[in-house]
Design a protein around this ligand. Structure first.
Ligand SMILES: C[S@@+](CC[C@H](N)C(=O)[O-])C[C@H]1O[C@@H](n2cnc3c(N)ncnc32)[C@H](O)[C@@H]1O
Length: 276
């Protein structure tokens, strides 16, 4: 069992692209916009992670090392992971996201409240409503297992300075396609991210499907914020995963529609694959 406080690494000096596209990113506003309710997209995310982590062998909890790459200020993929893996690392490109994560990991009372997500994940796992104590125990398990919060940059190889192919499981949600609006660059970013996974390890990836925006934009319909996002579909995920070294027969892709008409994308795609 890991009980030390997460090791916090200071972000490297950032590139000019950050200042252009992401300089005004507000981590709390992002959380409030995308994670203040459990609409069908968020239910699909939780359900996907519950199913994925339930499929791991019991002994995974002793050895498995997981990274959430481009976690943003979120912890929702870690809820189902926390009782199934040995060690969790998280990384993101933006310092405000790392600060928001550290606020939650340190149990600060002003941190974003993930309890509904924790409660719903446990309900999905057990088909029973958890007590407040069970919810608190799962939050403690996430904090206990999370040992590193690091800066990362998908445009670099390796995308975490000094890091080798260290991870058994790499989770990455809406990251590479939100880091560029260029298709070839997106493929390169996925390759860089995949380089962090051990041979035989698994990528668990979600991506926005059919995005129709090219820069950080505010929706006229509901004020939602959108990031520079390459427009990709299910076959693009199969193609990129095959190209960057995952076993083609292991690739499984599924998708759900977006949960409100004002979203400027068609849905969310999920993919898992095993690295050669
Ligand atoms: C749409 S958000 C997704 C965040 C989170 N994974 C989630 O599911 O809500 C995209 C994330 O990609 C990160 N990002 C942007 N450019 C990046 C880069 N070059 N390398 C790594 N992450 C990047 C942003 O900081 C942001 O947290």
């Amino acid at each position: 069992m890991i009980s030390e406080k997460p090791e916090v690494q200071t972000p490297e000096v950032q590139t000019t692209e950050i200042t252009e596209a992401w300089a005004h990113f507000d981590a709390r506003a992002y959380l409030n916009e995308y994670y203040s309710d459990l609409g069908s997209e968020n239910m699909a995310f939780l359900n996907y992670y519950v199913r994925f982590f339930a499929s791991l062998p019991d002994n995974a909890v002793n050895t498995t090392k997981l990274l959430d790459f481009g976690s943003g200020p979120t912890i929702y993929p870690l809820i189902a992971a926390a009782t199934k893996v040995n060690e969790i690392h998280v990384c993101d490109y933006l310092e405000p996201n790392l600060a928001e994560l550290n606020l939650w990991l340190s149990g600060d009372r002003s941190a974003f409240d993930w309890r509904e997500f924790v409660k719903t994940t446990i309900e999905m796992e057990t088909s029973a409503t958890p007590t407040d104590r069970e919810i608190a125990a799962r939050e403690a398990a996430i904090r206990d297992r999370t040992t590193k919060v690091m800066p990362c940059d998908a445009s670099q190889l390796p995308p975490i300075p000094g890091m080798t192919a260290a991870y058994d499981i790499l989770v990455t949600n809406s990251c590479a396609e939100a880091a560029t609006n260029d298709y070839n660059e997106w493929q390169r970013f996925v390759a860089n991210i995949a380089a962090l996974i051990k041979s035989g390890g698994t990528i668990v990836m979600s991506a926005v499907k059919g995005a129709n925006f090219g820069s950080i934009e505010q929706s006229e319909a509901d004020g939602s914020l959108y990031f520079p996002t390459v427009s990709i579909f299910e076959q693009d995920l199969v193609d990129v995963l095959t190209k960057v070294g995952f076993e083609p027969s292991s690739i499984v892709v599924e998708s759900v529609p977006s949960d409100r008409p004002s979203r400027k994308y068609q849905g969310i795609m999920f993919a898992t694959a095993i690295k050669n």
